[in-house]
Design a protein around this ligand. Structure first.
Ligand SMILES: [Zn+2]
Length: 223
């Protein structure tokens, strides 16, 4: 049941857009990865609940991850005790070492709330004497990803080279036909990843943000 990495997105497709290449890389390295969608993402202009479930399932299969979609409500997502308990239950059940979640600065209110819920749930998961099943669990790190409706440039804490996994990421993003039918998702993904890749003398990369310091192995400096 245990997973190494838990990626929490407000909507199906957020994690794929933000870190689909890193997810594919982690899976390729033998790590167990789970995507947790807080909502089913509906309603949207061209989607339906059935379509979104099918698309999210397909994207998870492409990336080789487990996926859980919670029943919190799209567009009504709010950091509440109820949402914290729901997410903390998943954290206790699957005991991830690291959580990935949204940035706290975003034009989409659901993403901001998803950030708050993720941070609070990580803490709730370790509490004792709370109405939660399972043993206390505190993921050692919480890292924020970039799936953002604000056109901003924030300096990341680190980037992950995804040059060998860009095609897998694009394939996973394209699974969301209802969301990207009038948007060139391939061009978006490549342009964004190329910029970050350029800064590390690589082809493609994804940025990540951490409030806490990340330690590096000397071998990482030789890449
Ligand atoms: Zn979203």
């Amino acid at each position: 049941m245990k997973v190494d990495f838990l990626c929490i997105g407000a909507h199906p497709d957020d994690c794929e857009i933000a870190m689909g290449g890193t997810i594919a890389k982690m899976v390729n390295q033998g790590y167990k990865v789970m995507i947790l969608d807080l909502t089913n993402g509906e309603p949207t202009p061209r989607g339906s609940v059935e379509k979104r479930i099918k698309e999210a399932k397909k994207a998870a299969e492409i990336l080789g991850v487990q996926r859980i979609t919670l029943d919190l409500k799209n567009r009504f997502l709010f950091d509440s005790i109820e949402s914290r308990f729901k997410v903390a239950s998943i954290i206790r059940k699957y005991r991830p070492e690291v959580i990935f979640c949204h940035l706290e600065i975003d034009a989409h209110p659901d993403h901001v709330q998803a950030f708050n819920i993720s941070y609070a749930s990580r803490f709730y998961s370790k509490l004792t004497k709370v109405p939660l099943d399972g043993d206390s669990w505190y993921p050692r790190k919480i890292i924020r990803f970039f799936s953002n409706h604000l056109r901003i440039n924030i300096t990341p804490s680190f980037v992950v080279d995804i040059s060998d996994f860009i095609e897998k990421k694009i394939e996973a993003c394209k699974a969301y036909e209802s969301q990207f039918s009038s948007f060139d998702v391939e061009e978006y993904v490549k342009t964004f990843a190329k910029y970050w890749g350029l800064l590390i003398r690589s082809k493609y990369a994804e940025p990540f943000f951490s409030h806490e310091l990340i330690s590096l192995d000397p071998s990482s400096l030789l890449i």
